[in-house]
Design a protein around this ligand. Structure first.
Ligand code: SF4
Length: 481
């Protein structure tokens, strides 16, 4: 039976009228000024609505036009909008905005292609501004719209962009303007990204709940038997103390992982602040290199492990602080910072020996229970995993030897979880700091979650969180039940 989109959206529209209104709608209700809607939308990305609303109020006291925005320095802007997520980047975008708007005569353009030329404006923001500020047809697909439309089976897509294109074909135009507001409000209050409240959902009888594990409610038999997936995140932080200054604690609070595995922490435990050692709700475990400021791995976990294993029982590798393993009741999580084969491939031999030792270590664990191996593997497996494969065949991280080991590792029985869900090129987890590589997406996918093949059905999702800044790597994630 086709999904009854008319019935469902009509019901939800009435329902969410009583919910908190998403912040950009709220601003649109107070002003029809496209400039303010654009600024509010840029500020709202990866930020709680309440925080965005307060930052907008402070900013709009001083700024109401591109000309008045141009009079404020980037540093001052950062101070005004703090603590919105990634406030430094957003201050930079805002500082560049007046000059970018000059191209359009100082006005905010109303078409998607022009909006996409503005700093800090991606597809989602462009669609949102066109909808809200200009009341023109556009479908703004954010994670809520993408996720919920797939849960309903109304579309079957892998990315928000694919969802946008599918909805343009399929969704009646009368819903284009409002579907984002409806589903953002609904996705924040009822159909939550994790453990949605199906038990009290108004449209439960229409929803096939594809891929959903609902929250547990006492007395609800469906809930009793459902295990909630754990959200695991792996991130090469390239120096945890530097990242702390760039908002590490806020990022963790926003991402809400159950387990967070870090590589390249470059710190001894005694060098860590109380904030890092006692992150709210987490236990933390650290395995540092003996050489200060080098390598190092750590894990934050909300779940108490049965056992913590430091290293591989091999001194030449363990003094570099590269492996940390937590044992839980039904799996091991092995967090690894694989060596780099180095300039001139001087450490290729060392790396291949490390890889071989690691595989033996993992094989021993597998005899007892399931194993997840996450971290910075320091290798792009296939040509699709880096922007310029031809020019890198002899370079560290893409040599035939390193790629052959990855082949052998997966052939041993591991699933590269990201590729289970996404076979598209252009998905990277590391970008050089040089050549403006990240904005140009000249990157490599070298961070992975690999899971034993017998646990295929426990893998619920895997992703690359490319919008999370602060390191030359971005985090990668796994939802594992
Ligand atoms: S029944 Fe559950 S999964 Fe379906 S829309 Fe409602 S909350 Fe979301």
């Amino acid at each position: 039976m086709p999904f009854p989109i008319d019935i469902v959206l009509t019901l939800l529209e009435k329902e969410v009228a009583g919910y908190n209104v998403p912040v950009v709608d709220l601003i649109a209700a107070q002003t029809s000024d496209p400039f303010k809607v654009l600024v509010a939308t840029i500020l709202s990305a990866r930020t709680r609505d309440e925080t965005t609303a307060k930052a907008c109020r402070r900013l709009f006291k001083k700024v109401d036009t591109p000309a008045s925005l141009a009079e404020i320095s980037e540093k001052e802007l950062a101070g005004i909008i703090y603590p919105v997520g990634f406030y430094k980047n957003k201050a930079r975008y805002l500082a560049r905005l007046p000059a970018a708007l000059d191209v359009f005569g100082g006005q905010v353009p109303d078409d998607i292609d022009s909006l996409l030329t503005l700093p800090g404006v991606g597809r989602k923001t462009a669609n949102l501004v066109r909808c809200i500020a200009f009341n023109k047809p556009a479908i703004c697909v954010d994670t809520h719209v993408h996720r919920i439309m797939n849960i309903w089976g109304y579309v079957k897509t892998k990315t928000p962009l694919q969802t946008e294109m599918a909805l343009r074909e399929k969704l009646p135009e009368k819903y284009w303007l409002k579907v984002n507001s409806i589903l953002v409000a609904f996705g924040q209050a009822t159909c939550l990204p994790r453990r949605p409240h199906c038990d009290c959902c108004l449209i439960r009888k229409y929803c096939p709940a594809i891929g959903v594990i609902a929250r547990k409610v006492p007395g609800d038999e469906e809930g009793k038997n459902a295990a909630a997936p754990k959200k695991l995140i792996s991130w090469n932080v390239n120096g945890i103390r530097a990242l702390e200054k760039k908002g590490f604690v806020d990022i963790v609070n926003e991402l809400e992982p159950d387990i967070l595995a870090l590589q390249e922490t470059k710190a001894q435990p005694e060098q860590l602040s109380d904030n890092l050692l006692n992150l709210n709700g987490y236990r933390s475990y650290w395995h540092s290199a003996t050489r200060k400021g080098y390598s190092g791995v750590a894990i934050y976990s909300r779940l108490e492990p049965l056992q913590v294993l430091y290293g591989l029982n091999n001194d030449q590798f363990d003094r570099e602080g590269r492996v940390l393993t937590l044992e839980f009741s039904d799996f091991y999580l092995v967090n690894v910072y694989f060596p780099n084969s180095g300039h001139g491939l001087k450490r290729l031999h060392f790396k291949l020996e490390f890889n071989s030792c690691l595989l033996n270590f993992v094989k021993n664990l597998e005899e007892k229970k399931s194993v997840i191996v996450c971290g910075d593997y320091n290798v792009a497996h296939k040509p699709i995993d880096l922007k310029n494969p031809e020019s890198n065949v002899k370079n560290p991280g893409f040599t035939p030897e390193e790629r052959a080991w990855m082949d052998a590792f997966l052939a041993h029985g591991f699933i590269d979880t990201f590729r289970k869900f996404n076979s598209e090129p252009g998905n990277y987890s590391w970008w050089s700091y040089r050549f403006n590589a990240r904005p140009r997406n000249i990157g490599w996918r070298i961070d992975y979650f690999c899971v034993g093949a017998k646990d295929d059905n426990r893998i619920k999702n895997a992703d690359i969180l490319k919008d999370v800044m602060g390191s030359d790597h971005c985090p990668v994630s796994l939802d594992f039940v």
